[in-house]
Design a protein around this ligand. Structure first.
Ligand SMILES: *Cc1c(COP(=O)(O)O)cnc(C)c1O
Length: 364
């Protein structure tokens, strides 16, 4: 027998698969899953009802143009529905953007602790992933600009970023957009945009309206509570939309997902409640954890980055297993080059209190 077998394209086997947040614990009591930035409030009730109603027509292909969802999004955010492209989660769109604009040998930029899907998308397309340094766990425009070369085709920036929770002021985002070559795509991933209350922040939809090279991605997985349904969208210049439509799956969002997301985006009361809950508990948890000697990076999103003391036995891996035994699942960050930090999602009251009690015990 020949040893010959199919081999994937060069470079694919060098990709480290995405490490999702854990979802299991051996704890016998109630388990709090705070490892994937899911919302403790769930989806709006109207979205659940729309999902259930859609279960009556599962034999039909969904509307491949996602017209009703695009129109609902456009109405909500004041956009042109023809420039909204929906995806099977925003991950789908990030991969499509990389596949469309990166050829083997080209470069894509992300930041040092940037969202790992960016790197995976660049490498999958055959590109080289270039990591710009961050300053105090925050992206820095000048450091990103210093990474731009003739080979740069795309820049991915999550704003706010996961897993750091930090955000770049809109004036800085505009400065970045102003300074990069017009043929480099700037992707601003606003997965947590709804949670940001800072006055100097904008997700950048206006930039994507004006510039030929700026794309915004958004998701229904976080504040809208529909992570399991996999729906995201991009707002992009027409010529980029035209490319995404050519290469996307023709039915890349399922019927129940379209129905639920279309209802969810109209429910701004749910968004307001979620923001209020998040603000209150993110502030509370940040204060409590600081009191017990932990360092918390100020977060604009629905999670906090917590730095453990370097002392042996008190490091992040030990804290993660300790919390898990107490029924609290958090996210270790080895894959983000943050080996001594944990990312903890803001949960409901019981979950947040369990995090505090658990870490207090761990630290004493
Ligand atoms: C959670 C998250 C997403 C959302 O991905 P989906 O595929 O839409 O679920 C996108 N970007 C960042 C930075 C995230 O943290």
């Amino acid at each position: 027998m020949s040893a010959k077998r199919p081999e994937p394209r060069a470079g694919l086997l060098a990709i480290d698969a995405y490490v999702p947040g854990k979802s299991e614990s051996d704890y016998s009591g109630p388990v709090h899953k705070l490892s994937s930035n899911e919302t403790p409030l769930g989806p709006p009730i109207s979205a659940r009802e729309a999902y259930e109603a859609a279960s009556r027509s599962l034999e039909l292909y969904p509307d491949g143009s996602a017209r009703l969802l695009r129109e609902a999004i456009a109405a909500q955010y004041g956009l042109d529905p023809l420039r909204v492209v929906c995806g099977h989660g925003s991950d789908d769109l990030l991969h499509l953007l990389a596949a469309a604009y990166i050829a083997p040998g080209d470069e894509g930029i992300l930041t040092a602790h940037g969202f790992q899907i960016f790197k995976i998308a660049i490498l999958s397309a055959g590109g080289k992933a270039v990591c710009a340094p961050e300053r105090h766990f925050k992206a820095a425009v000048d450091d990103i600009l210093a990474c731009v070369t003739e080979k740069t085709r795309i820049i991915f920036l999550a704003n706010p970023n996961n897993p750091t929770g930090t955000y770049l002021e809109y004036s800085e985002v505009v400065r970045l957009a102003d300074r990069i070559p017009r043929d480099v795509v700037l992707v601003l991933d606003g997965a947590y945009a709804e949670y940001v209350t800072a006055q100097d922040y904008s997700a950048g939809l206006a930039l994507a309206s004006e510039r030929p090279n700026v794309v915004i991605t958004r998701t229904f997985s976080k504040i809208f509570g529909l992570a399991s349904l996999r729906v995201g969208w991009a707002y992009a210049p027409e010529h980029i939309c035209a490319v995404l439509h050519r290469i996307r799956g023709p039915f890349n969002v399922s019927g129940p997902a379209l129905a639920a997301a279309t209802s969810a985006v109209r429910d701004q009361d749910h968004v307001a409640r979620s923001i209020a809950h998040n603000d209150k508990w993110r502030g509370w948890l940040t204060e409590r954890l600081t009191e017990i000697g932990l360092v918390v990076t100020p977060s604009a999103a629905n999670f906090v980055l917590v730095h453990l003391p370097a002392a042996s036995g008190r490091d992040a891996s030990h804290a993660e297993s300790f919390l898990s035994r107490e029924g609290v699942i958090v996210r270790g960050l080895h894959s983000y080059d943050l080996p001594n930090a944990l990312r903890i999602t803001i949960g409901d009251q019981a979950a947040n209190e369990a995090v505090y009690e658990g870490l207090k015990k761990f630290m004493s």
